[in-house]
Design a protein around this ligand. Sequence first.
Ligand SMILES: [Zn+2]
Ligand SMILES: [Zn+2]
Length: 367
Amino acid sequence: MISRAAVIHGLNQPFVIEEVEWDDPREDEVAVRVAACGVCYSDYHAVNGDYPMTYPAVLGHEGVGIVEQVGEKVTRVKPGDKIVMSWMPSCGHCPSCVSGQGQLCDRGARLLSGERDDGSNRLKGRKGQNITQFSFLSGFSEYVVIPEDGCIPLDSDIDLIKVPVVGCRAPTGIGAVINTAQVEPGSTALVVGLGGVGFNVIQGLKLAGAHLIIAADIVDKKQWAMDWGATHYIDSSRKDIVEEVVKITGIGVDYAFDAIGRGDVQSACVAATHKGGRTVWVGVAPHTQKSVDLDAMNMTLYQKTAGGTCYGGASPFEMVPQIMRLYRSGIVKLDQLITKYYSLDQINDAFADMLAGKNISGCIRMD
Ligand SMILES: [Zn+2]
Ligand SMILES: [Zn+2]
């Protein structure tokens, strides 16, 4: 199938809208007409070299759409179904999947190449050259072919355009709080980096009943942060995060969340916690960063912990339906996280606006 897609041909190159060619779905694959795909900072990691990518590539990992065609062995979805496309397929039978940790599925070994298990590629250019299918998805394409085990069905009455963030940012941010940190009611917390993930960390902290939510960013997002439930805001372009947290709390916070993925922020988050504090690194650091600067003595004597979380620390097949239920009951917001829609042709503007901090979340819509 020929489709229009935003192709990136090399490191830090702009996207070019061109025709690409998708294989017909194999027996365990699903062809999907994409309705919308969020523009998430992880896509930019695949532009700027933070991830070791092979180009050309089609990015986009926060997609929703309608199933168009299914392979003969597919049972999870059928043509006409509305689905979220998980950027981490869950095979259901590897050790991580059977222990309920589908976000760590063995399929992740091919996450950046998107190849099939036999090493072949679903996506090609019009001259037959391979194109990388980022995260098994490549949602910046009007049509995609994805593995069946990346398909999460949605209710038929859902307005797809409103919910693409449930494919990445909402489970990642909310799950970091609920599943990974396991924040208790009345806790104090810091979140650094207010992109779509950071605002979902704030949503998660509100859900968990946090008493004090300190948000920090170098771009002025104070009003948005306070509207979403932060109790304090630090302009970290001018002020030291750790000093400000100590000023506000006296002793530091119970929990800290790095929603950027940068060494200095990862280390500041740990320093901002007090004794027994728990830090969760939510943002993905560049693959070239091999260490984090920590006060090792304090880690032990103050019994601090720090660790990562992937896709919110739970299987997307568990979290996405959970978040959709919370969205339907009005407890979690999804559509309000999207502050601007762009056409596929405007994708370079969408990335420029993300880097300038103009949106909570930008989203490409295909119609
Ligand atoms: Zn698996
Ligand atoms: Zn993402």
